[in-house]
Design a protein around this ligand. Structure first.
Ligand SMILES: Nc1ncnc2c1ncn2[C@@H]1O[C@H](COP(=O)(O)OP(=O)(O)OP(=O)(O)O)[C@@H](O)[C@H]1O
Ligand SMILES: [Mg+2]
Length: 280
């Protein structure tokens, strides 16, 4: 975040104390064809470094709108947004893109992989935009794929991978620039239940390494893998509480019956390992 101005009281706090993500009084109003939609109506939310937050709420309650703002894909109509103490709600598009590239990894329901491109090349892509030297890219992408249990699948194209494997490629891609936070919008929405738990095991492993995770989900059992649950209703936060007894995805996987030998998921225990492990 160097080179960007910091402002307000947050900059007085030490890096350890200040929230990583802090939105205050955020409204988002969409104007379309003469219709006004108030998607967010005054949201305050603070996420500290190392948290794992699930965002829940009915369809249309404003979850993705919030995610787009948190991810610097969109700006609030009113209100402030600070990332690590830096106000970003008034940055230009280019400045937002720079913040996004350095600080944020995205994972979406539909994986959003480039279809004519190998897993390896998909994972290398964000490093191209971040001007990571070519000789470093391949090595880092291989390590990221191995960390999500996909060693040996580097040259497969998305249509040669299962849904769970495609989502793991997307997670590896979200990790390679070593973001401070991963934002995931319904990452298990297209997956069967075993693959969903495998994805949650990866997220829990990353979170244990210190990566902050904000995950939108419709499924209350998926939210139980997070450590905090925030619920949206009609563009406002209606509840925000710790998850009393978070589930352990690795233990849940171990308790499932063994897989048939159908080759669907032969890397049952992905090890969210060394990629982010060398973060400061
Ligand atoms: N680009 C847009 N232009 C106009 N209206 C929009 C736009 N994006 C979202 N909305 C509206 O804002 C409201 C909140 O939408 P949002 O996508 O944030 O909901 P959501 O909670 O993510 O829902 P879902 O669970 O179905 O994904 C909805 O009424 C939606 O129609
Ligand atoms: Mg949504």
């Amino acid at each position: 975040m160097s080179g960007l101005p910091t402002s307000g009281p947050s900059s007085d706090l030490s890096a350890r104390e200040r929230p990583l993500l802090e939105i205050a009084g955020v409204h988002k109003t969409y104007f379309m064809d003469g219709v006004t939609v108030k998607a967010l109506r005054g949201v305050d939310l603070s996420v500290r470094r190392g948290e794992f937050v699930a965002i829940m709420g009915a369809s249309g309650s404003g979850k993705s709108t919030l995610m787009n703002i948190l991810g610097c894909l969109d700006r609030p109509t009113h209100g402030t947004y600070r990332i690590d103490g830096t106000e970003v709600s008034h940055l230009t598009k280019d400045q937002l893109a720079a913040v996004r590239n350095r600080q944020i990894g995205f994972v979406f329901q539909g994986f959003n992989l480039l279809s004519r491109t190998s897993a390896l090349e998909n994972v290398e892509m964000p490093m191209v935009y971040a001007n990571v030297p070519a000789e470093v890219r391949g090595e880092r992408a291989l390590a990221a794929l191995a960390s999500v249990g996909l060693a040996g699948r580097e040259h497969h194209h998305p249509n040669q991978l299962s849904g769970g494997q495609q989502q793991r490629v997307a997670i590896a891609r979200a990790l390679v620039n070593r973001p401070a936070v991963i934002l995931a919008d319904e990452p298990t929405g297209n997956l069967d239940s075993r693959s969903s738990i495998e994805i949650m095991a990866i997220f829990q492993g990353l979170n244990q390494q210190g990566i902050t995770i904000v995950l939108i989900t419709h499924e209350s059992d998926i939210a139980q893998y997070a450590r905090r649950s925030v619920r949206f209703k009609d563009g406002l936060i209606s509840s925000d509480e710790p998850v009393a007894h978070p589930l352990d995805a690795t233990a849940e996987l171990a308790a499932l019956p063994p897989l048939q030998a159908n080759g669907l998921s032969d890397e049952a225990a992905p090890n969210a390992g060394p990629v982010a492990g060398d973060r400061p």
